[in-house]
Every structure is written in C-alpha cells, then in structure tokens.
Design a protein around this ligand. Structure first.
Ligand SMILES: Cc1ncc(COP(=O)(O)O)c(C=O)c1O
Length: 502
C-alpha cells in the first residue's frame, strides 16, 4: 500500500453537515492536494476501498470522486487496478494555480501588466455609487418614472422578440427606435436627419468614445470648453487626442479667446444648449463663429445636447446641427436625463458620409445595443410618453430649483451665491467667495452629509471663481431645504475656522 499518499489523503476532510455532496468534497480535497503539490505527479493512490474505510465513507462515494478526477485529468489509471496522480501535472503546479491558499510556498506577486494608454481612462470620481444624497448632480426624479407602463412595454417586446430578430440585429440600432428619435429631435430640436444617420449607443459616453476613436488619429487636437464635461475629456484622452481648453463666458465657448496660444482643431466638443457645467446657452453669433472655425479647419463639431428639454418658461433652442450646411456637426443625445441614466441608451446623428465608419467602429466594441429596452423606448417615444414625462418632470424640477435658490439665499449669505439662470436644467452652480478652495468646501460639505461637486473638477485651467455644482432634480423640496441649510452652516463654520487661523 502507498503509505505516504494515504497519510496525505487523510487530510481530505469531509463535513457531513455541509450542503456540498460528499463525493464532491472528496474530489475537491484530492484536487487541492494535487494542485498544491502535496501529491506529486506519478504517486500512487491507495485503493478506493481503503480510502473509503479510512474516511468512513461508502466506496461508491470515493469511486465517484476518483472517476471524476480521472475524467478531468488529475489522476490516471483505472479505478480498481491502481490509480496515480497524472504524470501530465507539471512539477511547478503550485506556482500556477489558485488552489494554493494552503500551500506554504509564497505566491509571486507581480504588478499586473497594463497598457500605458489605459492611464488616460482614469477619472476623478469622488462620489460613491450609492446611496445618492442631495445635491449629487446628474440624477433625474426616479419616483415620477411611469414604471408600470415601462414593465408592460418590456414584457410585450420580450414576447415579440423572436419576430423582431432581424431588426434587433442591425448594428446601427433598432430601426423603429431610430425612426422615433428622428421624429422627436426634429420636433423638439429642429435636428435634420433620417434614420440611416442615427446610431444607437450605450449612453452619450459611447458616442463620444466612438467619435474620438474613429474620426481622429492619435495626437490630433480637440478643442473643448473649459470648464467642461470631464467624461468627454476622458474619452478624448483615451483616444490619445490632444485636448485644448477653450475659455467659456456667458455666451458659450469663445473661439476667439487667445487664438495665438493654441493649435487648430480637428474636432470641437461643445454643449451649446446648456454649457456643462456653467449652464449658459451659446448665442447665435457664437454658433456661427463655431461653424466658421470648423469649415476653415475641416474639423468636426460634436454637439452634446444633454438636457436641452429642461428649460423653464421657454422652449428648447434649436440645435447647432440645424444651422450646419457643411455636414460638420455630429449631434449627440441621451436618455439618461429625460428617462434614467441606467437605461444606458444614447444616440449619435452623423453626416451620411461617415455613418459607415462609425458603424464599423461601433461593431468592433459591441455588435448592437441590447434589444428589448430599445424596443420599449421606441414605443415610449412614438406614443408620446417621453414628452409627457418631460412635461411632468419639468414642473417638478422648476419647484426644486426654486426651493434650492431660495434656501441658498436664506441660509448662505456670505458663503454661497447663486446667479439666476432661469432654472434651466437639473443642477446649478453656487459660487463661493473668492479665494475659497472648492475641493476643500466639497469635502467639508460631504462630512456634513451633503454631496456636491467642486467646479474645479470640470476645469483644466485655474478658475477665476470657484463654486459647487449642486443637483436638485432628484430630491424632494423638503430634503433640498434641509440639505441647503446644512451645507450653508458647514461653509459658515469653515469660514469662521479659517478666519480664526488667519
Ligand atoms: C455633458 C453631458 N453629456 C452627456 C451626459 C450623459 O451621458 P450618458 O448618456 O453617458 O449617461 C451627461 C451626464 O451627466 C453630461 O453631463
């Protein structure tokens, strides 16, 4: 009898109270002994009868485990006439596998190899994923979503999915959704397009990434607003583009500011209907300037129209795309704000000449967007539910905007100031007194239970005036008042602590 391996095998412990079947426990125990190198290749195992009696198990249980170990290649031979550890098991097995927790041999830890360009993806995100606290920006009001309707639509399209296979397989996206989007953006934003120009994406983010990767080569220049949308910057950096910050004022991106200091663009990224994050609407004059710059440089313009619908009192301004006669503008939209961010559906409307290139780029990362949500969304838009939902939330956001502005005016004298912007959008910028470090202010706010995003997180150059970005759309007015008071009190304490230090 192979005494040594029997001793080792007695380390196989079985737990009769466990939910794991006994034969599986024996299998796992012997496998671990092989992978940790305690049972060496070629060593002979005791007979199943012997082992069964030592472990107080039935022979059938042990036989079952042995057969499985032979089938997977850990053991060789024939059960009943001598079984050995397979000679194909490498001698350094314990350095290769993850079953070595019980091995006395230390694992060699090396830094994982990653591409240098992957560092460009790093994104400064300080707010944890959950739970959302006021005033975390970017979230819509979830409570007003028509969830029953949405469940009915998705259930219906699951039942129909087999008949719609062909439409789901189009890598531009589901055709009825592309049609519904064309009609909707034509009605609401004067965007001129037909469904063959629409590419459904996984949120606006994928649209930005696709444009950066497929339209420009590494090293080429993209102008972007400063301060501007950090996730756009990440998409451009990850495509190894050179990001050139262009100052923003109350008329929008100012392409004429200090022209001597920067190179010509091959692409320009703008948020003309609600500048991210300052909230200004780009004037018509600046829009024409931008089209002129693009034509002169043969550059693309990415128009990120991320929540143009949320304007109180006035209807949305017509898109930049609607003014473009030279097929330079790519229009990017999303359903993260007017429906919900975790739907992860956005779209890109591109000039016909580049749709195929973008489509190929999209296919290389994901063949087509998930089908059922596209089908449900198509019906949601086509039957008027989207516009109804926007009207409902617009009214709610107006009340929340007013609650926040009033609370800041009531509690924030000397520490926070809001400038009236007509309450467009879902968040606002509250300005700090000059010289105050907004990142420090955001940390102090967070310790007081209030989420804010420092304006500096959006800026490439040092800001002349700092501030906090405060989202109001997702929080009830009562919560807004309480959180605003807390925030202002924390900033007042910060001010008196720092003035004492001085
Ligand atoms: C400027 C801007 N564009 C687009 C989006 C929407 O991005 P996505 O559709 O990837 O959620 C946001 C969301 O915060 C945004 O701030």
């Amino acid at each position: 009898m192979p005494k040594k391996s029997l001793e080792v095998l007695l380390d196989v412990s079985v737990d009769r109270a466990s939910e794991v079947p006994l034969h599986r426990q024996v299998y796992l125990g012997i496998r671990r002994l092989v992978l940790t190198g305690r049972l060496r290749p070629g060593s002979r195992l005791p007979s199943t009868r012997h082992l069964a009696s030592d472990l107080h198990l039935s022979r059938a249980t042990v036989l079952d485990a042995f057969e499985h170990l032979i089938f997977e290649g850990y053991l060789e031979g024939k059960v009943g006439s001598g079984t050995r550890v397979s000679s194909h098991i490498p001698r350094d097995v314990h350095t290769l596998t993850s079953a070595t927790q019980q091995s006395p041999i230390p694992t060699v830890r090396r830094k994982p190899r990653i591409a240098r360009r992957a560092l460009a993806h790093s994104f400064r995100q300080r707010l944890a994923a959950t739970p959302a606290r006021p005033f975390r920006p970017g979230l819509p009001d979830i409570a007003s979503l028509p969830l029953d309707l949405w469940s009915r639509l998705t259930a219906k399209h699951w039942r129909r999915a087999a008949d719609q296979l062909y439409e789901h397989a189009d890598s531009l996206g589901y055709l009825p959704l592309r049609k519904a989007i064309c009609d909707y953006v034509s009605r609401s934003r004067a965007v001129r397009s037909d469904p063959d120009q629409v590419i459904i994406t996984t949120g606006a983010q994928q649209a930005l990434y696709l444009c950066a990767k497929t339209l420009l080569d590494p090293g080429e220049s993209v102008w972007m607003e400063d301060p501007g949308y950090p996730r756009a910057r990440v998409a451009f950096k990850s495509a190894q583009l050179t990001v050139i910050p262009i100052p923003v004022d109350s008329e929008g991106l100012n392409s004429a500011a200090s022209p001597e200091k920067r190179s010509a663009p091959q692409m320009i990224y703008v948020t003309p209907s609600f500048q991210c994050p300052l909230g200004y609407t780009m004037t018509l004059e600046r829009r024409f300037d931008l089209l002129r710059v693009a034509a002169r440089n043969n550059a693309w313009i990415l128009e990120d129209d991320y929540f143009s619908e949320f304007r109180h009192g006035t209807s949305p301004v017509a898109s930049l795309q609607s003014l473009d006669r030279n097929e330079r503008v790519l229009y990017i939209g999303n359903f993260s704000k007017n429906v919900v961010p975790f739907l992860r559906i956005g779209f890109l409307i591109a000039p016909k000449s580049i749709v195929h290139t973008l489509k190929m780029g999209r296919t290389s990362v994901s063949r087509q967007p998930p089908g059922i949500d596209q089908a449900a969304l198509a019906e949601f838009i086509a039957d008027g539910h989207l516009e109804r939902h926007i009207r409902v939330t617009l009214q709610i956001y107006r009340e929340r905007y007013e609650a926040l502005v009033n609370a800041i005016r009531q509690y924030g004298a000397g520490v926070l100031e809001v400038s009236e912007n007509g309450g467009i959008g879902m968040y606002l910028v509250a300005w700090l007194p000059s010289g105050v470090d907004d990142r420090l202010a955001a940390r102090i706010a967070s310790a007081a239970g209030v989420d804010t995003v420092p304006l500096s997180n959006f800026a490439l150059h040092k800001l002349r005036r700092t501030g906090l970005v405060l989202g109001y759309s997702a929080y009830e007015t009562r919560m807004i008042r309480v959180a605003a008071q807390r925030l202002c009190n924390a900033l007042l304490r910060m001010r008196s602590a720092t003035s004492q230090i001085k």
